[in-house]
Design a protein around this ligand. Structure first.
Ligand code: SF4
Length: 265
């Protein structure tokens, strides 16, 4: 593995993977080993892509009635979102744009983010992200994840806005009432601060320095400690020799070197 082979472009998914397990990052990002998605996951992804495309086209002012008529599930979600009384569909913004790309460079890496919707007023801005999986996430978890951290960081780095002037809102558009199963979209709002911006900056420096070091070595990236119990559900468990079967194979094929007699040459 050579450092120059790596494209030096990073996203929030790369950062999450690096923190989850550096070896898994190496398998999937550096060595391009793909993992087949389950049919259930694929179905969810396709629905999510349709929803994102719909919201983007609506934002562009394209006529959407024909699309809505053919997709009652999508229509129900958009209707439920409008019924929340949210100001999402327009509230005096100076600028609003869907699928808005922002990028910055740090420590030799190019970071790119794409906002589902960016809303800008005189002295503040909001990043909106559509979530189409069924269960909403807790605010504390969302605050910690790399999507929130990188998206907010990128907005401050690429505009004149101070950290306190930006925020991020996740909309869980498929959430249903647990009792009557009626669609009830929920949102989680996350504020930002100078302290969190500085912390993210330090973390990005640390992670990119570490990554450059790993890419420059002729050794595999480190594996996550077994005590963290992440290997059992990982598709690379055999490749990493972290499952029982691969250890059995090792036991069968690798003889005890101490019991091999020395051969005199
Ligand atoms: S099996 Fe474990 S060490 Fe290997 S990539 Fe997966 S999580 Fe990392």
């Amino acid at each position: 593995m050579q450092a120059e082979k790596f494209p030096l472009r990073l996203s929030q998914a790369h950062l999450s993977l690096l923190e989850y397990c550096p070896r898994r990052f190496e398998h999937t990002v550096v060595d391009y080993l793909s993992i087949p998605a389950s049919p259930q996951l694929l179905e969810g992804q396709l629905w999510g892509e349709r929803f994102h495309l719909f919201m983007q086209q609506q934002e562009m002012g394209l006529p959407m009635s024909a699309v809505m008529a053919q997709d009652s599930d999508l229509q129900a979600c958009v209707d439920a979102l409008q019924l929340t009384g949210t100001t999402l569909f327009g509230s005096g913004e100076l600028f609003r744009h869907s699928e808005y790309e922002q990028a910055f460079t740090l420590n030799g890496y190019r970071f790119t983010v794409i906002y589902d919707l960016l809303r800008v007023w005189n002295n503040r801005s909001e990043i909106v992200d559509w979530k189409t999986y069924l269960k909403p996430r807790k605010q504390a978890e969302l605050k910690r994840n790399w999507q929130t951290r990188l998206y907010l960081y990128a907005l401050v780095e690429s505009t004149d806005l101070a950290p306190e002037q930006v925020e991020m809102t996740y909309w869980f558009v498929r959430t249903r009432n647990q009792i009557n199963q009626v669609l009830e979209p929920q949102h989680v709002q996350i504020a930002y601060s100078q302290d969190r911006h500085e912390q993210t900056h330090q973390d990005l420096l640390r992670i990119t320095e570490q990554l450059t070091d790993w890419l420059g070595r002729s050794q595999p990236f480190p594996q996550v400690p077994e005590t963290m119990e992440r290997c059992g559900s990982c598709p690379f468990v055999s490749r990493c020799r972290r499952n029982q079967d691969s250890r059995e194979v090792e036991r069968v094929f690798l003889p005890d070197l101490g019991r091999i007699k020395e051969v005199t040459l």
